[in-house]
Design a protein around this ligand. Structure first.
Ligand code: UDP
Length: 330
């Protein structure tokens, strides 16, 4: 049994590859390295560099390797960038899914675990958000991922390709041994930005808006540790291997933290002042995103190990403190 991880050199992908290897799986990593890092790829995985939209490339990999299942992370994932350049998102993400499913069909690969997102829900009518709630994205990133979910659904109906869509809320943290972590260029996510300021590699922090309808006026998000998230992919893979039907699961902690609470926690963990100012709202940001993730807990048996935001930030801090330039390849 060989698992192909597309986007296995990225942040969540590399942690998932490491967890798959620990679980004894045979792993192939496919990554364009446009945003991923070669040094993030677990050395036990066989690596092929190329783009998910390149059918010939996918065919060449699937001809060499006997792939039984796919975990698909290879996508663009920055909300503000998607607002400015939506076609990039529909091309890389949505069109990439079409190319992948076509080649999966050619090779008879029938199982895919997919990185979806809370951004598919848009501005929720109620929190915590359930998997059955309406999906009305407020940005092209979420729209591109929702389209990918729908494409997988109809491919299941027509060709019997089974999928699990994992709808992530906010992901944070790093491998606790400090070996791999988050390294985006540019970095747009709150926790790594805060920690770069703490580490002295970035000047200041802007909190985007304090006039939202939340207790302190700043956005509220639900944070999950990246290793807990990685483990959910292995459970999802085993769920498909057991012959279950296609479905979606939210992955969150059911607890929300405001942007100011995250800043406070980072100050506690790092012992640094971390200067911050309030700036304007960022276009496309829903006010509050909190997951109901009972379904993943009940059906997949997912039990996250991290339930304390300071512990999550502490693992990220260990990475940022020891790798101020990230993987150092940009
Ligand atoms: N955020 C912020 N300043 C930054 C980066 C992010 O205030 O420099 C806020 C952002 O507006 C949102 C929250 O942090 O309310 C989480 O954003 P992030 O980009 O980390 O993840 P998202 O929720 O967009 O997936």
């Amino acid at each position: 049994m060989t698992i192909a991880v597309l986007g296995g050199a990225g942040y969540i992908g590399s942690h998932t590859v490491a967890q798959l290897v620990k679980a004894g799986e045979d792993v192939v990593v496919i990554d364009s390295l446009i945003t991923g890092h070669k040094a993030a790829i677990n050395p036990a995985a066989r690596f092929y560099q190329g783009d998910v939209r390149d059918r010939e490339f996918l065919r060449s990999v699937f001809s060499k390797e006997k792939i039984d299942g796919i975990i698909h992370f290879a996508a663009s994932s920055i909300v503000p960038e998607s607002m400015a350049d939506p076609l990039k998102y529909f091309d890389n993400n949505t069109y990439g899914m079409i190319a992948l499913l076509e080649v999966m069909n050619e090779f008879g690969i029938k199982q895919i675990v997919f990185s979806s997102t809370a951004a598919t829900y848009g501005e929720p009518k109620q929190v915590p958000i359930k998997e059955t709630d309406p999906q009305v994205p407020t940005n092209p990133y979420g729209e591109s991922k929702l389209a990918m979910e729908k494409i997988m659904h109809w491919s299941d109906v027509a060709y019997g390709v089974k999928f699990v869509a994992l709808r992530y809320f906010n992901v944070a943290g790093a491998m606790p041994d400090g070996s791999i972590g988050e390294d985006h260029h540019p970095e747009t996510h709150l926790i790594p930005i805060i920690l770069q300021v703490a580490a002295g590699t970035r000047d200041g922090l802007q909190i985007f808006g304090d006039d939202y309808d939340t207790p302190d006026g700043t956005n509220v998000r639900d944070y999950v540790h990246v290793v807990d998230l990685a483990d959910a992919h292995i459970l999802a893979l085993n769920y498909l291997r057991a012959g279950h039907d296609s479905t979606a699961f939210n992955l969150g902690s059911a607890t929300g933290f405001s942007n100011l609470e995250i800043l406070k926690s980072a100050r506690e963990v790092t012992g640094k002042t971390i200067p911050a100012e309030i700036g304007p709202r960022r276009p496309g940001d829903p006010s509050t995103l909190i997951a109901a993730s009972d379904k993943a807990r009940d059906v997949l048996g997912w039990t996250p190990n991290y339930d304390n935001i300071n512990d999550i930030i502490a693992t990220a801090w260990k990475w940022h403190e020891t790798h101020p330039e990230g993987f150092g390849d940009r």
